[in-house]
Design a protein around this ligand. Structure first.
Ligand code: MG
Length: 353
C-alpha cells in the first residue's frame, strides 16, 4: 500500500430533545466534530467523532484544529492502528478519539466485520443501557421517568446550595413513587463529603443500584473514606467514579477507593485505551460502567462494540438528541442491539430512510 490515508473533519451541531441539566451546567445544543478517514486504495472510509465537552476542556475549534494538524500523520496502512496512534501529535482525549474511532471503523470495513467480532465479543452479552433523567423540578423528573416506561434509569443529582441535597433526595423519592425501575444516581461531583455522608444512607431507602461520582473531582481519599464509612453502617451500595478517571492509569489510582469506574471513549481517547482501562479495572477487581458524552450514533455505536465487557451501560446519547445524522446502535427498550455491519456499523440517516 502506498496511498496516504486522508483525514477530513466536519463540524456538527447537536440539538437536545430536552434541556440537559447536570451539576456541571445546562445545555440545549452541543457542538461535536465528525471525522472521515479515506483510504484511496480501496475507496473505504472510516468514520469517527469527537465530543466537545467543555467541562473536560474540549472545544469544537480545538478538535477541528487538532484533526487538521494530524491529517499528515495517518500513514498508508490502515492496519497499523497502534503505530498511527502512537505517532499522533499530543492532543485532548476527544480529538484523539475522533482518529481512533475512524481507524477502527476502517479496520472493520477492510475485514468486512463488525468491531465486536474483531474484539471476540458476544453482542448478546451487552448489558442494558440506562436512560438518563437530567436535573429539573422533582415533579418533572418523576413525570419523565414514568413516561419513559424504561426499566433502568440514571438520575442526575448534585444540586448546588444548602438545600441541594434535600431536593436531590426529594427527586429520587418522587421517581421511586412512579416507577419500579432499577435506579442509579449520578451526582456529577456535586456533593461535599458531608452532604454525601448525609444523603447516601437516606437514598438507599429507595433501592439504588449504584451511586456515581458523589464527591468533587479528584478527591480519591474522600471516596475511600466515604466507602468505608458506608460499609461500617452496613450500607453496601456500590460507589462508582466517573469524572476522576480518564485513562487506565487513573483507574489503577482508585484501587480500593471505589467499587467501580465509568469508562468513556471520549475520556480515554478512543477504543484502544478504553480496552486497557477495562483490563486494568478487572485486574483490580473493579466493576465497570460504559458511558458516553452527548454524542451522535457515531461515537456511541463505536463504544457499544465494547459493551459486552461491561457490567453496566449508559449509552443513551442518541436517545437524547433530536437530529442524529447517523444510525447505528439500535434500542429495544433498554436493550442495545449492536450493529452487524462492518466497522462501527453506522450509516448516514438519509440513506436508510
Ligand atoms: Mg457520570
Amino acid at each position: 500500500m502506498t496511498s496516504i490515508l486522508s483525514l477530513k473533519c466536519e463540524r456538527i451541531t447537536i440539538n437536545l430533545r430536552t434541556t440537559f441539566r447536570v451539576a456541571h451546567g445546562a445545555s440545549d445544543q452541543r457542538y461535536n466534530v465528525i471525522s472521515y478517514l479515506d483510504d484511496p486504495e480501496t475507496g473505504l472510509c472510516g468514520i469517527g467523532e469527537g465530543a466537545a465537552v467543555a467541562y473536560h476542556g474540549e472545544s469544537q475549534d480545538g478538535i477541528m484544529s487538532y484533526l487538521q494538524n494530524a491529517a499528515g500523520s495517518m500513514g498508508d496502512d490502515p492496519f497499523l492502528i497502534e503505530d498511527t496512534l502512537n505517532h499522533l501529535p499530543p492532543g485532548t482525549p476527544a480529538s484523539r478519539a475522533a482518529v481512533d474511532i475512524a481507524l477502527h471503523d476502517l479496520w472493520g470495513k477492510h475485514l468486512g466485520q463488525p468491531l465486536y467480532r474483531l474484539f471476540g465479543l458476544n453482542p448478546s452479552a451487552a448489558p442494558q443501557t440506562s436512560f438518563t433523567i437530567g436535573m429539573d423540578e422533582p415533579a418533572l423528573m418523576a413525570e419523565r421517568a414514568a413516561k419513559s416506561g424504561l426499566p433502568l434509569i440514571k438520575i442526575k443529582l448534585g444540586r448546588a446550595g444548602e438545600n441541594g441535597a434535600a431536593v436531590d433526595l426529594e427527586s429520587v423519592a418522587g421517581i421511586r413513587k412512579v416507577t419500579q425501575a432499577k435506579l442509579q444516581v449520578d451526582a456529577n461531583c456535586g456533593w461535599s463529603r458531608e452532604q454525601a455522608e448525609w444523603i447516601i444512607p437516606r437514598l438507599v431507602d429507595y433501592d439504588l443500584e449504584l451511586v456515581e461520582q458523589p464527591l468533587p473531582k479528584g478527591d480519591i481519599e474522600g471516596l475511600r473514606q466515604l466507602r468505608q464509612s458506608l460499609r461500617s453502617q452496613n450500607i453496601h451500595v456500590p460507589i462508582f467514579t466517573d469524572e476522576n478517571v480518564k485513562t487506565a492509569r487513573d483507574v489503577a489510582a482508585h484501587a480500593g477507593a471505589v467499587d467501580g469506574v465509568v469508562i468513556k471513549i471520549m475520556k480515554t481517547g478512543g477504543l484502544r485505551e478504553a480496552l486497557r482501562a477495562v483490563h486494568t479495572a478487572r485486574s483490580l477487581g473493579m466493576q465497570l460502567m460504559l458511558g458516553c458524552m452527548v454524542e451522535t450514533s457515531v461515537g456511541v455505536s463505536a463504544a457499544a462494540h465494547l459493551a459486552p465487557l461491561f457490567d453496566y451501560a449508559d449509552l443513551d446519547g442518541p436517545l437524547l438528541i433530536a437530529n442524529d445524522p447517523y444510525v447505528g446502535l439500535k434500542y429495544d427498550g433498554s436493550r442495545m442491539l449492536l450493529p452487524d455491519s462492518p466497522g462501527i456499523g453506522v450509516s448516514k440517516r438519509e440513506a436508510v430512510q
